[in-house]
Every structure is written in structure tokens, then in C-alpha cells.
Design a protein around this ligand. Structure first.
Ligand SMILES: [Mg+2]
Length: 190
């Protein structure tokens, strides 16, 4: 199994080291360590990790802003790590890519299961998005085919079945998918 890649963004180096050790002890690959939000964004772009552990209070760009930017541009899952006093910020940070949060001090017995769940959720969300995209593309394809069929029926005085058969035949003889044939027909009669 491929080791999951994790990026740590935390400005306190002792906590960062601690997290890194816990992660590596449990078979994760720490692909980067950032001490501020700006660096976190850079490293997120560079490594495209499976998950980012993101502290809130950090120099330059805080963790919530960095999460927002990463969410919009890269859509990577983020697990917020926070001091107890910052919990309210997390609740405000309702972003799709924030998959959970951990309150400091972080114990290994807490960190690892939370990461496992976060990774699982992120996988599920990714699959769901792909399914939705596929379904959307399928609908678009069908719309194209319907449109082309309508054009053939009208321009060549064909029945629906004949129009469909014509398209299917040219799809088979040209070895192009039906939607490509449909696009050609739509373009030809423009
Ligand atoms: Mg901090």
C-alpha cells in the first residue's frame, strides 16, 4: 500500500517535530513542514499531499485563510489543529475541504484515528465528486445526441429510429463515439 502523504503546517517547531514523529511512527510520509501559512500554501502546491495538518495561529497567513486558499485552488483535505481557545474559529470555518479538527495538546491516541477517519472521508468525497462529474458528462453527451438526432430528423426527413441508426452506423464505421458524431452533425448543419 502506498504511504499517505501528509503536510504539517505549525509554527511551533516542537509541536511540529512531535507531530512528525507520531506520523512517521505510524507509517505516514511527512512530505513537508511549514512554519507559516504562506509556506503551507507553497508546499501544498508542490507536494499535493493526501492531507494537511493545519495550525490556525501562524505568521504571515493564518491557518484558516491558508485553508481557504488551498481549498479553492487545490481542493486538498485539511485537518485543523488548534488551541482550545480557538475552537470557535473552527466552527466558523465551514469549508468543504476542512475534514475535521484536533485540539492541542495532541496525543498520538487521538491523532491517528482522527487522521484515518479524515483520509477516509476525503476519499469518499473525492469519489462522490467524480461520480457527479461523470453523471453530468453523461447527461451532456445524451443532450448532444438528442440534438443531433433532431437535426437529422428535420433536415433529412428521417424518423427518430432512422436518425439514430444513421448516427450509430457512422459511429461504428468511423470508430468515433456517438457524441463525436453528434458534434459533427450539429456543426455541419449550423
Ligand atoms: Mg500556532
Amino acid at each position: 500500500m502506498m504511504r499517505k502523504k501528509i503536510l504539517i503546517a505549525e509554527d511551533e517547531s516542537i509541536i511540529r517535530m512531535d507531530l512528525k514523529m507520531m506520523l512517521e511512527d505510524n507509517g505516514y510520509e511527512v512530505v513537508g513542514e511549514a512554519g507559516d501559512g504562506e509556506r503551507a500554501i507553497e508546499l501544498a502546491y508542490l507536494h499535493k499531499p493526501d492531507l494537511i495538518l493545519m495550525d490556525i495561529k501562524m505568521p504571515k497567513i493564518n491557518g484558516l485563510q491558508a485553508s481557504q486558499i488551498i481549498g479553492k485552488q487545490l481542493d486538498l483535505p485539511i485537518l485543523i489543529i488548534t488551541a482550545y481557545s480557538q475552537k470557535e474559529f473552527v466552527e466558523k470555518a465551514q469549508q468543504d475541504n476542512v475534514v475535521g479538527y484536533l485540539v492541542k495538546p495532541i496525543a498520538e491516541s487521538n491523532l491517528i484515528p482522527t487522521i484515518e477517519i479524515a483520509l477516509h472521508q476525503a476519499d469518499k468525497a473525492k469519489r462522490l465528486k467524480k461520480d457527479i462529474l461523470n453523471a453530468h458528462q453523461e447527461v451532456e453527451k445524451r443532450k448532444l445526441i438528442e440534438r443531433a438526432k433532431g437535426i437529422l430528423m428535420q433536415k433529412r426527413q428521417l424518423t427518430e429510429q432512422e436518425a439514430y441508426k444513421t448516427m450509430r452506423n457512422s459511429s461504428m464505421s468511423s470508430q468515433l463515439p456517438m457524441e463525436a458524431i453528434a458534434e459533427e452533425i450539429i456543426a455541419a448543419y449550423k
